[in-house]
Design a protein around this ligand. Structure first.
Ligand SMILES: *Cc1c(COP(=O)(O)O)cnc(C)c1O
Length: 437
């Protein structure tokens, strides 16, 4: 399979190049030239398949021409080694809990998949130094997943950029306490500044020649394609509970950079029998306004209690547009979108907990809010729950007026020492730092 840039499909590269360079050099993002369609008969049996079985089928259809089946098997087994349960909240409302991985956020799926793919790539095609460095900008959760998936490896380093003072203490501890092959860089600027820095560094030819670097997050095509698996898994779990509900299934998707939603659209193209999607955004509502008007105008980035969704100019928008061939009418026949304020988030967390006993994190609350607004009569909603509520303990405790219990993996972090550097949001200063041997 070949991959091309969303900025123009004249230049096609193989999987290894797409992975090892991370982004094309024309400011676009990689997409596969075509998408395989899974045999419809698969969906008759999928309810009996495990997460690992499903991941193998999906990954093999995407990468089977480029990677041997034993290697694909190893990648999916190392990635999907935690549970992704489907929990019933109300008769027609379900939650697919993607937060049972090592850093308690759904980003673990894509980060682990990407890291395992990269590691295989390095075994087959050693780069000049035998190592590759992953550059990532994070608003909190993705950095933790990337750091966790790469820490302690001798084939991959990570440099993680985050905005000073804009991520929670817990998130910072999850990123900046590893040391060793994980460099944490606190940037005196915003998350947008961090994203801009990473883009500039990845497009810096001189830097790329001196040190092999690649992208992370859903910017990296391996991260994005790994996420596709979770939608097939969600469908399988609902089919196992009630095939009639599965036939009326709508996914509700927490959205920031739109990686989640793009992966969902790819799953549908690959044959997943899902009806449609409801995207959920917080006060950063650029995508919601696009859906209602057809006009894309990024607003000013705002800080909210659902900070992993604080994105005003989502980079995966370009991929979504290309997947729909620029056809707005087609896009809105598959995707609707609802936005909510911080006030709505807090009320939703409290009311949902009081009426059903289900505790959701602020990003899950944005998603549940959109599910309630957007689901039509006769449909079954499956919301993706992207983060463990304990990661947002301050918010949750304040809303519920009680202390929620900390999972052990988070509690242990509080005693760990931070190891970070602080840099200005300046490309040349950061480049100089990266090139220090
Ligand atoms: C990353 C993230 C999101 C947004 O996902 P995108 O793929 O960027 O749209 C939502 N919630 C949480 C908790 C996240 O970490």
């Amino acid at each position: 399979m070949l991959y091309h840039s969303t900025s123009g499909d004249s230049h096609h590269v193989d999987l290894f190049t797409a992975l090892a360079t991370g982004v094309p050099d024309d400011n676009g993002l990689y997409l596969p030239d075509s998408l395989p369609v899974l045999p419809p008969a698969l969906f008759n049996n999928i309810a009996g398949m495990t997460l690992q079985d499903i991941a193998y089928v999906v990954a093999n259809s995407l990468f089977g021409n480029d990677i041997d089946s034993e290697t694909i098997n190893a990648i999916v087994n190392r990635t999907f080694d935690f549970d992704i349960p489907l929990v019933r909240i109300e008769p027609d409302h379900y939650s697919l809990e993607l937060f049972h991985g090592p850093t308690l956020a759904f980003k673990d799926v894509g980060a682990r998949f990407m890291t395992n793919m990269l590691s295989e790539l390095l075994r087959h095609m050693p780069s000049p130094t035998g190592k590759i460095t992953v550059l990532a900008a994070t608003s909190g959760d993705s950095g933790a997943s990337i750091a966790n998936s790469i820490a302690g490896r001798d084939d991959i380093n990570a440099v993680i950029f985050y905005p000073k003072g804009k991520i929670s203490r817990m998130q910072e501890k999850q990123i900046a306490t590893y040391g060793g092959n994980i460099q944490a860089v606190e940037v005196r600027g915003s998350f947008d500044d961090c994203q801009m820095l990473v883009k500039q560094l990845l497009n810096d030819k001189e830097l790329c020649e001196k040190m092999p670097i690649t992208s992370a997050n859903s910017m990296n095509i391996a991260h994005l394609l790994g996420q596709v698996v979770t939608y097939f898994h969600g469908y399988a779990r609902l089919s196992a509970i009630d095939p009639q509900k599965a036939a009326k299934m709508v996914f509700v998707i927490p959205s920031g950079n739109l990686g989640n939603l793009t992966a969902a659209v790819i799953a549908k193209r690959m044959g997943l029998p899902v009806r449609r999607f409801i995207a959920a955004t917080n006060a950063n509502d650029t995508f919601m306004r696009y859906i209602s008007t057809g006009i894309y105008t990024p607003g000013r980035q705002m800080s909210t209690v659902a900070n992993a969704m604080d994105v005003s100019d989502p980079y995966n928008f370009a991929r979504l547009i290309e997947l729909y061939g620029g056809d707005y009418d087609k896009l809105v026949s598959d995707i609707s979108c609802f936005s909510c304020s911080d006030g709505d988030i807090l009320t939703t967390i409290r009311d949902l907990y009081r009426s059903t006993g289900y505790l959701t994190d602020p990003h899950g609350a944005v998603t549940y809010f959109a599910m309630k607004r957007g689901l039509k009569h006769g449909e079954t909603g499956v919301m993706l729950s992207p983060a463990h509520p304990a990661k947002f303990k301050t918010t949750i405790d304040a809303v519920l007026g009680q202390e929620i219990e900390m999972p052990r993996t988070l509690a242990q972090l509080s005693v760990k020492r931070l190891q970070k550097v602080t840099l200005p949001p300046n490309h040349l200063a950061v480049k100089e730092y990266l090139l220090i041997p």
